[in-house]
Design a protein. Structure first.
Length: 300
């Protein structure tokens, strides 16, 4: 694996700001009734975060020759879906977390009932953003984007992955079972982000979609392997959530199943797989390559 910085390159850092601005515009204003709900929604989405999923949207669009405003709606949609999933995952009935992105979780601040409602409303908003087609946009493209995001959220996506996760607590999983769980829980939305960027850029090449999907599968798993390593080695103040919580909850992780050294080796091989998948893109795929390396070296 090519050595990489733990920081994002400057062009991608600039895109984080673009995503933040687009998200602030897309979310309901805090003073719009019901104010408690809208405050909770904005708290969940705008309170920091790496914005990796929007970056995958922008990077895929860039790789296929489109950096325009049509990328902003899918970039917002995937981040809003991600935020909704975190709000619900953090609830006492799920992962029972009190810390997220370095501050109290949504249900700690607003209460469980309002956090559930905020998650529900965020999910609906994400699909609304994709459904509002700009004038002259291709309706078939928009339907494909809605279908892509829906599949990433459902029983063969994040919801299914969370179900696997809850069922796996206290049980010994095989490496294949663990990778399947994370391909659903984390990887599905990352793959969807990349596909949404390609769709927004007007891609209709199935061979390119296949390459991008292989890239997304590898990067999604790499992201989770790195998360599991950070849960062992990281500090709560740095990673922005409770360090060591997976081990304390007896949850299956890559280090608990194959050990830290093998987890690091698996991480390196996944990045190599991702880079190989997008190699035909050449220089156009530079942002995607940077994101693959960053996913495996990030400090939080």
């Amino acid at each position: 694996m090519t050595p990489a910085s733990t920081d994002l390159p400057a062009p991608l850092k600039a895109l984080v700001g673009r995503a933040d601005d687009a998200l602030a515009r897309a979310l309901p204003a805090e003073d719009l009734p019901p104010t408690d709900l809208h405050r909770a929604m904005r708290y969940a989405v705008l309170g920091g975060g790496k914005r990796l999923r929007p970056l995958f949207v922008y990077a895929a669009g860039h790789a296929l020759g489109n950096d325009g405003p049509l990328l902003d709606a899918p970039a917002c949609a995937v981040e809003i879906i991600h935020a909704y999933s975190l709000v619900h995952d953090d609830l006492p009935a799920m992962d029972d977390d009190a810390l997220r992105r370095g501050r109290p979780t949504c249900h700690i601040v607003f209460g469980e009932a309002m956090a559930i409602l905020a998650g529900d409303a965020l999910q609906a908003l994400a699909f609304e953003l994709l459904a509002i087609a700009p004038e002259g946009d291709d309706a078939r493209q928009r339907i494909a984007m809605l279908r892509t995001l829906g599949a990433a959220c459902g029983a063969e996506g994040m919801a299914g992955g969370q179900a696997f996760d809850l069922a796996g607590v206290g049980h010994k999983l095989s490496l294949d079972e663990l990778e399947r769980m994370h391909a659903y829980k984390t990887g599905a939305l990352i793959r969807a982000s990349i596909r949404l960027g390609a769709l927004a850029a007007g891609c209709v090449d199935e061979s390119m979609f296949a390459r991008l999907d292989r890239y997304g599968h590898a990067v999604g798993l790499a992201f989770q392997v790195r998360d599991d390593i950070l849960d062992v080695e990281g500090e709560s103040a740095v990673i922005g959530k409770t360090a060591g919580k997976d081990a304390a909850a007896d949850k299956p992780t890559f280090p608990s199943i194959i050990g830290l050294d093998a987890s690091r080796a698996r991480l390196a091989s996944l990045v190599d797989e991702a880079l190989e998948a997008i190699s035909p893109l050449g220089q156009r795929g530079e942002w995607l390559a940077d994101l693959a390396r960053y996913s495996a070296t990030r400090g939080h």
